[in-house]
Design a protein around this ligand. Structure first.
Ligand SMILES: *[C@@H]1O[C@H](CO)[C@@H](O)[C@H](O)[C@H]1NC(C)=O
Ligand SMILES: *[C@@H]1O[C@H](CO)[C@@H](O)[C@H](O)[C@H]1NC(C)=O
Length: 215
């Protein structure tokens, strides 16, 4: 009996000496994680309110004035006029378009050189109409190019080309301007072949199409 009495206070003392330190660690842990959570929540809030949505593009019109292929070697001359509609969907973020290079391709082959659109700033929810003349002279294409265009003409009656743009943009929030981000725009133009063959008259799209933007 006496042995038990002697032991139990010792146990209590041992327990008491450990307990405050444990409690202190717990307190520190809680206040630290609360602080961390608050900071994370703040970052999330700023991100959610300012996180910019990618710019939107649509292709208003495409006219092909020339798409002339030499039989051997297979070299292409092209003249394509495109009108793009560009829109900034953000209410609090402006966009600097530093670089915007547009070109046309057909079945993965580039059919015009890059045309640079001069740099411009697009304010909150602003939109711009951009025009570009896409030209090519003596561009090497696959030997099947002429055959594929001919097949499109006889099967679907449409020439389907891609109008693509590669660019760099910077976001502007208030007076703060972000670093540069790469983005790509991909549009499809569907041009019905008119009754006559291509070199005689321009091929023109009947309606605009929405483009996809990758950032
Ligand atoms: C492309 O243009 C060049 C220069 O104008 C010309 O010499 C060549 O014959 C043209 N090619 C075709 C297929 O029209
Ligand atoms: C296309 O090339 C052919 C042969 O080189 C030429 O006769 C014709 O004028 C060219 N068409 C256009 C629109 O340049």
């Amino acid at each position: 009996m006496s042995q038990i009495h002697e032991k139990s206070p010792k146990h209590c003392a041992a327990k008491q000496s450990h307990f405050p330190a444990h409690k202190f660690n717990k307190k520190l842990f809680y206040s630290f994680s609360t602080l961390l959570l608050t900071i994370l929540a703040l970052i999330l809030l700023v991100w959610l309110t300012l996180h910019p949505t990618k710019p939107q593009f649509s292709l208003k019109q495409t006219d092909i004035y020339q798409l002339n292929l030499s039989s051997f070697p297979h070299l292409l001359n092209s003249s394509i006029q495109v009108t793009l509609f560009s829109q900034n969907p953000n209410r609090k973020v402006g966009i600097y378009y530093d670089i915007l290079e547009v070109y046309a391709s057909y079945k993965g082959q580039q059919i015009s050189l890059d045309t640079s659109i001069p740099p411009f700033y697009q304010g909150h929810e602003e939109s711009n109409v951009l025009s570009a003349s896409l030209l090519g002279e003596g561009l090497p294409v696959a030997p099947s190019f002429g055959y594929q265009v001919g097949r499109d003409k006889s099967t679907s009656g449409n020439l389907v080309i891609s109008v693509k743009a590669n660019g760099r943009l910077r976001w502007r929030v208030g007076s703060w301007v972000s670093g540069r981000y790469r983005f790509n725009v991909d549009c499809i133009a569907i041009l019905p072949f008119s009754g006559s063959s291509l070199p005689t008259g321009p091929l023109t799209t009947k309606q605009g199409t929405q483009c996809s933007t990758a950032l």
